[in-house]
Design a protein around this ligand. Structure first.
Ligand code: UDP
Length: 413
């Protein structure tokens, strides 16, 4: 079986943590890696966004990443990508022709890849699957009263129009949670049979429960005899870190020795420049709330290093204003650390309220703090087994890749 996977802006081999590299990159990487381990050939086509990146990287015998020329070979804001979708599709076709490639299924990620997929589908005549990663209408509803300008309204109108077309013309939509499945049905009015729910997973070689040992000296001194609240993820407004800072100020009233560690953000200068406004805003809030001695911005870390953070934390907080799935909570739970997450999107599926953590009202810092305190005062051990069991049962990439394979076989028959 040969899969072509299109992930326009999210290169599976990119450094993750900054504004435009996060969950989708991780998802594409692990889906490809675990499918390839099961003998499925996967070629990931992604935009060639840096001159010095290799055009083709053979990750293993079955898994390649192919960079496709579309627009300039440098960073381009994701939202400008639409104008490059035709060039992307043309160059994929050229590559297929040149190398005599044949695929059984096309798996498209995010709406630009959906647009590319519709274009290719006409020429390749293979089944097309589509994964949203983010639904324009839902994101719009979450943001419309808060942050949008006139140009955003025009952009969302176009995006909604194309998402509707993609959903109608593709063969199957893959939803990553039952919550998203209902949303897709409701938003686009398509039949349930056209939507297949297959979750996102974690790699249990990376995320597992272990003792707090092997920490760097700096980290040891930060966490020594402290209650640790952890945030992991991109530094972006919709991630709700601002609300978390206010919540943490409240939490300090009950747990004055607690510390909040914030992990994520851009690594390179260019990526840091993208995050700058939000980082400055958050650092200002930190100063205004006099949290300088208890909140630490620790920058991005490789996934392998995140295991230590999840394990040392007493609670991991995901305070998003909008979250289609949210990989961070399942990584945390795999390490036995409970999660407090906004009652929104896929978080309502991954986090079992009262069992593997708590759900809190979106943008309500008092509720968020109450739920954080609820975990700290009970101790994380109260939740740890339930966290690990939930992950083993529902979120192992190995099992999820098997589900994908079964589904692929059904489609190509
Ligand atoms: N991540 C990482 N290093 C960091 C911060 C985040 O590798 O410094 C990873 C994290 O492990 C997770 C992903 O980025 O797998 C974030 O995915 P999520 O779905 O939680 O959020 P998204 O980026 O899709 O908004």
């Amino acid at each position: 079986m040969r899969i072509m996977l299109i992930s326009d802006h999210a290169d599976p081999l990119a450094e993750v943590g900054s504004k435009e590299a996060g969950g989708q990159n991780i998802y594409v990487f692990y889906l490809s890696k675990f499918l390839s381990r099961q003998g499925v050939y996967v070629d990931v086509f992604t935009r060639w966004d840096k001159k010095n990146k290799k055009e083709i990287v053979q990750v293993n015998k079955f898994f390649r990443v192919i960079r496709v020329k579309a627009g300039p070979k440098r960073y381009m804001p994701r939202d400008f990508f639409f104008n490059c979708t035709d060039e992307f599709a043309d160059n994929v076709l050229k590559r297929i022709k040149k190398d005599g490639l044949k695929y059984d299924i096309m798996h498209c990620n995010y709406w630009f890849s959906g647009v590319i997929g519709l274009n290719l589908k006409k020429k390749l005549s293979i089944p097309m699957l589509y994964v949203f990663h983010s639904i324009g209408q839902v994101r719009f509803d979450a943001l419309k009263n808060l942050k949008l300008q006139k140009k955003d309204y025009i952009f969302f109108q176009k995006r909604n129009r194309f998402e509707k077309k993609i959903v109608e013309e593709c063969d199957f939509v893959v939803s990553t949670s039952p919550v998203e499945k209902k949303l897709i049905q409701r938003t686009f009015g398509i039949p349930a049979q056209k939507i297949k729910f297959i979750s996102i997973g974690i790699d249990d070689n990376i995320f597992y429960r272990r003792n707090r040992g092997r920490l760097s000296r700096k980290l040891k001194s930060l966490v020594f005899k402290r209650k640790i609240v952890l945030y992991v993820g991109r530094i972006e407004w919709r991630k709700g870190i601002g609300t978390l800072l206010y919540a943490f100020k409240e939490t300090l009233k009950n747990f004055p020795r607690a510390r909040l560690l914030i992990v994520g953000g851009g690594k390179t200068k260019a990526a840091q420049a993208l995050d700058k406004n939000e980082v400055d805003r958050l650092k200002n809030i930190t100063r205004e709330l006099a949290l300088d001695k208890s909140v630490f911005f620790l920058g991005p870390h490789k996934q392998k290093e995140l295991n230590a953070f999840y394990n040392l934390a007493d609670v991991c907080v995901v305070p998003s204003y909008y979250e289609p799935f949210g990989i961070v909570p399942i990584e945390s739970m795999a390490c036995g650390t409970p999660v407090v997450a906004s009652r929104i999107g896929g978080l309502q599926y991954t986090v079992k309220d009262g069992e593997t953590g708590f759900l809190a009202t979106v943008r309500d810092y008092k509720d968020l703090s109450l739920k954080i305190n609820g975990i700290i005062s009970k101790d994380k051990s109260f939740f740890s087994n339930a966290c690990v069991e939930r992950i083993e049962e529902h979120f192992s990439w190995e099992k999820i890749a098997e589900q994908y394979q079964k589904f692929f076989l059904k489609i190509v028959k």
